[in-house]
Design a protein around this ligand. Sequence first.
Ligand SMILES: [Zn+2]
Length: 263
Amino acid sequence: MVAESENGCDFCQPEKYTPEDVFGRLVGEHSITAANLAKYDVWSSLVIFNNHNPLKFTLKELSDYIDTSFAWFEAVNNHSPQFEFPFFVWNCLPRAGASQIHGHCQILMSKEPYARVKTLMETYQKYKKEYGADYFQDIYLVHHSMGLSAQHGDINFFASITPIKEKEVIIISPRNPSDDIMAKDTIFRVLRCFIDTLGVFSFNLSISIPPYYKKGGFPYIIRIVDRGSLLKSTADMGGMELYGSSVVADDPYKTVDALKSVF
Ligand SMILES: [Zn+2]
């Protein structure tokens, strides 16, 4: 059941109303893990935020959601070392695919990378072999030359010129965001800018993570995309996006201008 308020919300009392993983729960300062009732893979769990409202979060709270997720990746890998590909997804509100209003992220560990992550990893390796260069760094430089990028310390990010859907922003972190306050702060500022400045309430955020056995061979790629107005009853994607090509109305220059104002 989708509870719009805290009354009757299962995720407001996760220890009572959600199952736990075989190794129990990981408890963060502002979040707790739960096994997923609707698992879509062997290791498919949730980080449930203490706060019901998914749009209300501080840097400290967001950092805890990330830390709890990465602690769970570690716990799964310790329990079942053959599962070594972590994946993080935050579907914010039902328009973005969430089945519950209450703030939560999906955390997954697989034996093989998921298809789109695999394509990215293979492209990265192939590009390195053929051109001796870093694929993501070059994509960043292309966006930089078009004035679509910005930096926070050594964390690069840009509003994509070929977005999957509206306002897609890509953050490249050379280090594990869980160990890096600059990476966390970049994700935080981008998300707060989406919500507070650009009026985005429904979004998907994913983190593609290098495999456990060769950490460091692939950067951490964080992608954030707007999933449209809560006031619209129509879906933001149709046959064109699924079978043709992405249809995008937003200007990436407006997105990057808004982002630059918060850094
Ligand atoms: Zn709740």
